[in-house]
Design a protein around this ligand. Structure first.
Ligand code: FE2
Length: 336
């Protein structure tokens, strides 16, 4: 009986045409989004969650599966068990999109040779694979929407940066510094991703600042500076309706807060300032100091960092400054 069932499954699997099998979820994603997917690790984490969740379903249904040692995702049919015992086999169920029948990958379960797969178990596995396919497809669609919004927002940031040659590419450099600090501090990938997007968008609120203030070559009057101080609030408001960017909003709102409470817009003090915003404050100021401005020349990396270090515990979180010092030493050999 077991052999017959396995034979039947193998026969079914053999009928999937090879080019379709190659159409893994990653290439499917790349195709849909029309650019290489660079957050494969995120996607894999997501898939692992799907697999965990669907495995929970097995328990919830109170059907005891006699064979699975594990349920896992793979983008090819797996014929080898992850279990080292040679007498184990695995079966793969395709994850097929409902509308167009594209195979997104396979849910693979291990089975001991000689164990019978009951009809009920098979039906359950089929239900699980359908659910997983639906979840993957939803994730793909969300990813497409998310990337579309990011690209649109980046265009708006480019509009701000294009007005002033001196601030061109500022946001990208801030993103590099901020994510490097996060890496030194051992923050999880999710925080680095949030920091990257927040950095790219942090000055989006400058869209509403009049050019005569934004591009003024001389020092700003106190009144003009009050206008500049609106930009974190405006950035926060621009992102407010977009449910994807709630964490980024917090960083954008608070990237001008200062450790001693002298910053804006809310005058937050010390650890009341969101941690990722403290990282971005250092990255933002360092890039501003080391870039030419219409009213002054760029400082050297050494002098800019000396200045930042002298303001640790005053304007900046000392732990963040220490991490940045480590990064600058490792990356540029800067020793202060
Ligand atoms: Fe800013």
């Amino acid at each position: 009986m077991a052999n017959e069932t396995q034979y039947a499954i193998n026969q079914k699997i053999k009928h999937f045409p090879q080019p379709v099998v190659k159409n893994s979820v990653f290439s499917f994603l790349s195709h849909l989004t029309r650019f290489p997917i660079n957050n494969v690790s995120d996607l894999e984490r997501f898939l692992q969650e799907v697999v965990n969740e669907t495995s929970q379903l097995v328990k919830a249904e109170k059907v005891t599966l006699t064979f699975p040692k594990s349920i896992r995702y793979s983008n090819v049919i797996s014929s080898k068990s992850t279990n080292s015992k040679e007498n184990n086999l695995s079966i793969s169920l395709p994850l097929i999109t409902q509308e167009d029948g594209v195979i997104l990958g396979f849910l693979t379960v291990d089975k001991e040779r000689g164990k019978i797969i009951t009809q009920k178990e098979m039906a359950l596995l089929k239900a699980i694979s359908q659910l997983a396919a639906l979840k993957i497809q939803n994730a793909v669609l969300q990813q497409v929407i998310y990337q579309g919004i990011i690209e649109t927002l980046k265009v708006l940031v480019n509009v701000v940066e294009a007005k002033d040659v001196y601030t061109r590419f500022h946001s990208q450099r801030v993103a590099q510094y901020a994510t490097s600090i996060a890496e030194v501090m051992g923050l999880p990938q999710a925080d680095k991703d949030v920091l990257k997007i927040a950095s790219l968008l942090h000055d989006i609120g400058k869209l509403v600042i009049p050019d005569n203030i934004l591009l003024k070559p001389e020092s700003l009057t106190p009144e003009e500076f009050e206008v500049i101080k609106y930009h974190p609030l405006v950035g926060d408001e621009i992102l407010a309706p977009l449910r994807f960017f709630q964490k980024e909003r917090i960083i954008i709102r608070h990237h001008h807060e200062r450790w001693d409470g002298s910053g804006y817009p809310d005058g937050l003090f010390g650890e009341a300032i969101p941690f990722l915003a403290r990282i971005m404050a250092v990255a933002d100021c360092f890039d501003a100091m080391t870039s030419d401005r219409i009213y002054r020349k760029a400082m050297s990396f050494e002098n800019a960092f000396k200045k930042i270090k002298s303001l640790a515990n005053i304007k900046y979180d000392p732990e963040v400054v220490r991490a940045f010092e480590f990064f600058l030493g490792r990356q540029y050999g800067i020793k202060i």
